[in-house]
Design a binder for this molecule. Structure first.
Ligand SMILES: *Cc1c(COP(=O)(O)O)cnc(C)c1O
Length: 379
């Protein structure tokens, strides 16, 4: 058919399965606990307001700047990241114009790719990383060049220091490896590339890493992206955020508003606002996940799994004797879902999200059975 030659053809992103029913789901890095109870309370309040007619907000277009949410993020993040530097004059605090919000960080990242990666030079990112980057590059016709991680899945900083490029994007901790790199490494990359925008995707930084956020006051070419989907337990609500220099944020907003001004709906803005303000609940539940992760690491090691240390809410592991694919399939038969990719360099690895203590105990005991059944001594 003739029109087909004019179609923008892309290979879509493939997400982990979303199985229905009672399964143990450790395949898409969702948070194992409910979001802040303030969120459910707010849903109830919003429904009440609609019902009694005291404020029928759904009838109207939402605030396209999501002012309420951005203000909440500004106050909470200033407290979290800039309170110690408050005293020093030259260290600015975070302001309204340093923050961009979107429908999940996937939306924020897609907008950032469209806005900042607009040259003929290739965008650089690791060969093993979030598998959406090459998809966005393809859909926007952005040239890219992947940079091989070292054998132990570290970033070789030299790959990003003196190569001509049209931009750089790297997650910290990296996905799906879980490997965390010190912010000083990123500062070196940002400093060495003043002619490109460097995007640091911090989807998992809350699980034990240090954020690169303070870099935005020192450099005008760094964008730090975070999400409410992982540590704030709101993957279903779709909230993402980017931090950067005022100029960078302005350019990002221009593209967003040229594309669709009203992506963030009114309930989402309200619910995300109460979520971000409940810092105590967030800290407490994140600490629980970290504790469970450390327990899981110990148990996996006892079962002869090997992995780089993870500072995310998942562990990327391979087994000393049983192939990853076989373990993946055997777990799946027992209704335990983890993630496996048939991709070079990582096809003998499983990415295991951290669930509740009960889920991880079930995983470990099921793994024990699977591995023991294969043990020649027992057969
Ligand atoms: C989960 C994830 C995201 C996106 O999450 P959203 O739900 O779209 O906010 C972005 N980057 C990485 C590396 C992720 O793992």
């Amino acid at each position: 058919m003739s029109w087909e030659k004019n179609v923008r053809k892309v290979t879509p992103y493939i997400a982990g399965e979303q199985p229905q029913g009672k399964v143990i789901k450790l395949n898409t890095n969702e948070f194992p606990y409910a979001p802040s109870p303030m969120v459910a309370t707010k849903i109830y309040d919003l429904a009440q307001e609609e019902l009694d007619g005291s404020s029928s907000m759904l009838r109207k277009y939402p605030d396209m700047d999501a002012t309420k949410l951005v203000n909440a993020i500004v106050s909470v993040y200033n407290e979290l990241y800039f309170s110690e530097t408050e005293a020093t004059e030259e260290m600015k605090q975070l302001g309204f114009d340093n923050v961009f919000v979107g429908v999940g960080s996937d939306d924020v990242l897609a907008m950032a790719f469209m806005t900042f990666f607009n040259s003929d030079k290739p965008v650089l990112f690791p060969d093993i990383t979030y598998s959406f980057y090459d998809v966005w590059a393809d859909v926007h016709r952005i040239p890219y060049a992947t940079q091989a991680l070292t054998d132990d899945f570290s970033i070789d900083i030299n790959d990003y220091m003196d190569k001509e490029n049209g931009g750089i994007v790297i997650p910290n901790p990296n996905a799906p490896t879980g490997v965390y790199e010190d912010p000083s490494k990123f500062e070196d990359i940002v400093r060495a590339n003043p002619d490109s925008v460097v995007i640091i995707d911090e989807a998992y930084v809350d699980f034990g890493g240090e954020s690169c956020l303070p870099l935005i006051n020192k450099y005008d070419n760094v964008l730090v992206v975070q999400t409410f989907s992982k540590s704030r337990a709101l993957a279903g609500l779709r909230i993402g955020v980017a931090f950067g220099n005022e100029k960078l944020i302005k350019y990002l907003k221009d593209v967003k508003f040229a594309f669709n001004s009203y992506t963030m709906n009114y309930p989402a803005i309200e619910l995300a606002t109460v979520s971000v303000l409940d810092t105590d609940y967030w800290k407490e539940t994140v600490a629980r996940v970290i504790k469970t992760r450390e327990w899981t690491k110990e148990k996996l090691r006892e079962l002869d799994f090997e992995f780089r240390d993870s500072k995310a809410n998942f562990i990327f592991a391979s087994h000393k004797s049983m192939p990853a694919k076989e373990i993946f399939e055997k777990l799946r038969k027992k209704d335990i879902y983890v993630r496996h990719w048939n991709k070079p360099r990582i096809d003998n690895h499983l990415r295991i999200s951290i669930g509740t203590d009960e889920e991880m105990k079930e995983l470990i005991s099921t793994l024990r059975t699977i591995l023991r059944d294969e043990d020649p001594v027992n057969t």
